[in-house]
Write a protein that binds this ligand. Structure first.
Ligand code: C2E
Ligand code: MG
Ligand code: MG
Length: 343
């Protein structure tokens, strides 16, 4: 443990690369050789388990292996392997959450949300496997599948509403964003599915963009030239710089559901949401509120001029079939109840 402390301390000092100050942190897993450890493989596996735990607890720390830790990361190891096969086995599924015009209740878009129908563990949410997929690199294949599937479905839904510009939002994680030829891949999917680039919106989080702003700017501009829309997801929870916000070619600001969820609960959320909506609007962006659950929240958002929103108040993530039923109906969100109740 003392050695781990020393290693972390040594790494904590900033160093300079090409005149830029850089920081690294280390996560360390420690396992102690005991009488039951018959192989180095087993010892390393335990150290690995402790390492995963250190990362899960927020990184930049060490964790000593204890038998209680075993259940969870061993499972994780298992998930690694299972995830590699999930695409071929068609275990991944996309659900679609409607995005609504808050003034009229009209359906204006859909956000593709990934689910994994694990053969033994049931339906898993992206929170349980996206970070694993990022670490193993599997995210690139998964992301490609998500993009293709979402665009195929968007083409179908758009076909049900000729003349309207239903947008399809796809979440893009850090590793996907950094892959070379992202723009080329997207262009090919758009061509293959016939989706108008202007109706595809890529959702990125602040941390993905702010991590390396000059590099991000270059990719964003390329994507912009392709004609796709760009959204800043979970706005307000990450680490953002307002001057970058002004410089990055962002079309849409998505107000994080944490703020929306606390509307009417604490005194500061209202003014904060109002400020975000006003700032986004003033910068020429479209503002979308996430996680609208109550009529009161909807009322407040309308009052402060938030144009669009999504949340369980209207509809949660739906199967493609359910979503198509809404798209075909042309009813406003207030009249969706019977359509969704039909299963
Ligand atoms: P997100 O993009 O911010 O998506 C919104 C999340 O809020 C979704 O969770 C959605 O189901 C949930 N939600 C919708 N309405 C409400 C509401 O009224 N109240 C509350 N409390 N929650 C609501 P989900 O589907 O579990 O996705 C979580 C995150 O996983 C997403 O956050 C996104 O960052 C990521 N994700 C989802 N699908 C993909 C994907 O295909 N690729 C990648 N890279 N990430 C994805
Ligand atoms: Mg999103
Ligand atoms: Mg979000």
């Amino acid at each position: 443990m003392q050695t781990a402390q020393r290693v972390m301390q040594a790494l904590r000092r900033p160093f300079s690369v090409a005149g830029q100050e850089m920081f690294v942190s280390a996560s360390i897993g420690i396992a102690v050789n005991g009488p039951e450890d018959r192989s180095t493989t087993e010892l390393l596996r335990k150290a690995d388990v402790a390492l995963y735990r250190a990362k899960a607890e927020g990184r930049a720390r060490y964790v000593v292996f204890a038998p209680e830790l075993d259940a969870d990361p061993a499972e994780r190891f298992d998930l690694d392997n299972a995830l590699r096969r999930a695409v071929e086995r068609r275990e991944l599924q996309l659900l679609y959450q409607p995005v609504v015009d808050l003034e009229t209740g009209a359906l204006v878009g859909m956000e593709a949300l990934l689910r994994w129908n694990h053969p033994h563990r049931g339906v898993l949410s992206p929170a349980t496997f996206i970070s694993i997929a990022e670490e193993t690199g599997e995210i690139v294949r998964i992301g490609q599948w998500v993009l293709e599937e979402a665009c195929r479905e968007a083409a179908r839904a758009q076909g049900l509403r000729p003349g309207s510009r239903l947008t399809v939002s796809v979440n893009v994680s850090a590793a996907e964003f950094r892959q070379p030829d992202l723009t080329g891949r997207i262009r090919r999917v758009l061509e293959a599915t016939g989706v108008d680039p202007g109706t595809l919106q890529l959702e990125l989080t602040e941390s993905v963009l702010m991590h390396d702003v000059p590099a991000a700017l270059e990719v964003l501009q390329e994507l912009r030239r392709l004609g796709v829309r760009l959204a800043l997801d979970d706005f307000g929870t990450g680490y953002s710089s307002l001057s970058y916000l002004q410089r990055l070619p962002i079309d849409t600001l998505k107000v994080d559901q944490a703020f929306v969820g606390r509307l009417g609960v604490d005194a500061s959320s209202g003014p904060l949401v109002r400020a975000i909506v006003e700032m986004g609007t003033a910068l020429g962006m479209e503002v979308v509120a996430e996680g609208i659950e109550t009529e009161w929240q909807l009322g407040y958002l309308r009052e402060v001029g938030c144009a669009r929103g999504q949340g369980h108040y209207f509809a949660g993530p739906l199967t493609a079939e359910q979503f198509r039923r809404l798209a075909a109906s042309r009813r406003p969100a207030m009249a969706w109840g019977p359509l969704l109740a039909a299963g």
